[in-house]
Design a protein around this ligand. Structure first.
Ligand code: AMP
Length: 446
């Protein structure tokens, strides 16, 4: 199928060409004709499938003939970064149209948003909280709204936005086209869909399987050795751009700092940052200023950065869906990518669940030359690096026992991985240092 078959307005067709799209992705093939007919759509698709253009293109096509300064399309998204990305898609694909799009989200001054809204816009891409602020203070008029898109609905639910969404729904015309996109379909979203969609067409793409181009591997390790192992992995892996996931904001911040200290161009993206700093981190990651971005699930949701060569789960995600979602950031558009997951003994059940979902056993890898037996420091065991010189006295046998007892489910023989020379305490070796760590399992050639 070709884009010409949709019969887009020539100006939109030019935008598609300018964006470099030649063939519609499966979700675009399935949803664009339906959206262009004016039908409601329930789209089950994760980020990376081209779902944004699947609604952006038909909306531009619908509004193009009468740019008039009334808000006729509203897209609601969970995070500011996703809102910016959607807005950019409207700008790029609608470059030669006279349609105006604006983003509306918190964490930045509201006044410029009010001024832009007063000047007149056709499309608003908003996060729920700030949109409600504008609605309550009368700075946005939604009475001409024709199309509503709720993007990443499951994430909005996870973030507690559902009551806000219901409030927004009460303020917009009942006669409208509604498009609801979600990576998963928990009961709450099913209920929302049945409440707000009118005889919808359901479109489902790739929300159960990760990209086939991704090669997955598990790295069993004890919690306190995660950072040294990560540094070792980074040192010996040919990476372009690495997205690392942590379980909490605090861990993202701290790991970002540790990577910076280790001289990596790294930034962290987490909810405690000001909007300017979040955007700077994201822009820097996109343009290559930062080679590594450390993020939480929520901060990274929906983020579209091409060229991610590696996704590393510093902490295993809480659900198999989140695993698929995270690693969907690499191996995009038929590019190969690697997904590494660090796993502790406590993660055994989740590993099994993920493997069940993927329908395959994930390869367990160890890094040769890495000392897996270094005991946890007394304080701050979760993150602390192994102690510096002089090395503390330790009893190798006892340490090995404790290390193995917690990672036993993965049956790694750590002794086999220790080089015959001295252990290096798990710290990254100086450049050219010895022993040189090599992966003891076959890796996809680059
Ligand atoms: P999304 O799933 O909307 O986040 O899109 C993922 C990436 O795919 C974005 O970088 C889009 O610009 C890109 N994309 C969307 N549609 C196409 C297409 N038909 N051909 C090539 N790339 C596309």
């Amino acid at each position: 199928m070709e884009f010409q078959e949709f019969n887009f307005h020539p100006v939109i067709a030019a935008g598609i060409k300018e964006a470099g799209y030649t063939t519609p992705t499966p979700i675009q093939q399935q949803s664009i004709p339906t959206v262009m007919q004016g039908r409601d759509v329930m789209g089950l698709a994760q980020t990376g499938t081209g779902k944004t253009a699947a609604f952006v293109l038909p909306i531009l096509n619908r509004l193009i003939d009468s740019p008039g300064g009334h808000v006729r399309a509203l897209v609601v998204a969970p995070t500011r970064e996703l809102a910016e990305q959607i807005h950019e898609s409207f700008v790029t694909l609608g470059k030669s149209t006279r349609l105006k799009s604006v983003t509306v989200y918190g964490g930045v001054n509201i006044n410029p948003q009010i001024q832009t809204l007063i000047n007149g816009v056709d499309i608003v891409v908003a996060c729920p909280g700030r949109l409600l602020d504008h609605i309550s203070q009368g700075s946005i008029n939604l009475s001409h709204l024709e199309v509503l898109v709720l993007d990443e609905a499951d994430q909005m639910f996870d973030m507690g936005f559902l009551p806000d969404i219901r409030k927004i729904l009460a303020q917009i015309p009942a006669k409208r086209q509604t498009l609801l996109f979600s990576a998963t379909m928990p009961p709450s979203i099913n209920k929302l869909a049945s409440d707000i969609l009118d005889n919808p067409v359901t479109v489902q793409i790739g929300n159960t399987a990760p990209p086939v181009t991704v090669s997955h591997a598990l790295y069993p390790v004890e919690q306190h050795l995660k950072t040294p192992l990560l540094l070792e992995l980074l040192k010996h892996t040919d990476t372009e751009s690495v997205l690392i996931f942590t379980r909490t904001k605090h861990r993202a911040k701290r790991l970002g700092e540790q990577l910076e200290k280790a001289c990596y161009k790294a930034a962290s993206l987490q909810g405690n940052l000001s909007q300017n700093r979040r955007q700077a981190a994201l822009d820097g990651f996109r343009d290559g200023t930062f080679q590594i971005l450390v993020a939480t699930d929520i901060a990274a949701r929906g983020i579209d950065v091409s060229q991610i060569s590696h996704v590393i789960n510093y902490d295993i995600p809480d659900t198999p869906e989140a695993y698929v979602h995270r690693i969907g950031r690499t191996g995009r558009a038929a590019k190969a990518g690697d997904a590494f997951t660090m796993v502790c003994g406590d993660d055994t059940a989740m590993v099994r669940t993920i493997e069940k979902k993927l329908g395959a056993q994930l390869e367990r890898r160890t890094v040769e030359g890495f000392d897996y037996t270094v005991p946890a420091p007394k304080k701050d065991a979760e993150f602390a690096r192994p102690p510096r010189e002089p090395r503390p006295q330790r009893k190798p046998a006892a340490a090995k026992k404790s290390a193995e007892s917690s990672i036993n489910p993965f049956k790694i023989d750590h002794a086999a991985n220790r080089p015959s020379g001295k252990p290096h305490n798990g710290r990254p070796l100086p450049a050219g240092g010895s022993p040189k760590a090599v992966f003891n399992s076959s890796r996809r050639g680059k």
